[in-house]
Write a protein of this length. Structure first.
Length: 138
């Protein structure tokens, strides 16, 4: 996790929004990696939860559709959000507001050809590129 720590540290010294997302990022990676089915499982939960069009936009190369904080809470579940709150030290509203930006960006980065490919999240250069894009959008 050395690369991740370096990136988070660099981003945390930037503007306040990037600092918040830098604080949330390690928690998000930890929670998503232990989520049933990982990122693929989370994508499926969005589909099952009635947000197939939203998550499809995140997978595709076009513009990402937005999702509301309550919808995120509903799809991800209270236990996952509570864990993000606990690990990041941020309040629930801050976590949800930042997830609205972070999740679409990370899923987008993991699906450059319109299909989810988990290797895009484990390859250090792809992860770094994804993080750079993530913080440019905020």
């Amino acid at each position: 996790m050395g690369l991740l720590n370096s990136v988070v540290s660099a981003l945390s010294s930037a503007d306040p929004q990037s600092k918040v997302q830098g604080d949330l990022l390690p928690a998000l990676i930890q929670v998503v990696s232990t989520y049933p089915g990982g990122v693929a499982g989370l994508i499926e939960r969005f589909r099952e939860g009635g947000f197939a069009d939203v998550v499809t936009s995140w997978l595709s190369q076009g513009e990402n559709k937005t999702i509301g904080t309550q919808e995120l809470l509903s799809v991800m579940g209270t236990p996952a959000i509570d864990k993000l709150v606990s690990l990041s030290g941020l309040d629930q509203n801050t976590v949800l507001e930042n997830l609205k930006v972070m999740l679409p960006s990370l899923i987008d980065q993991a699906s450059p050809e319109g299909r989810f490919d988990p290797s895009n999240l484990t390859d250090a250069s792809n992860l770094l590129g994804g993080l750079t894009q993530l913080f440019r959008k905020s």
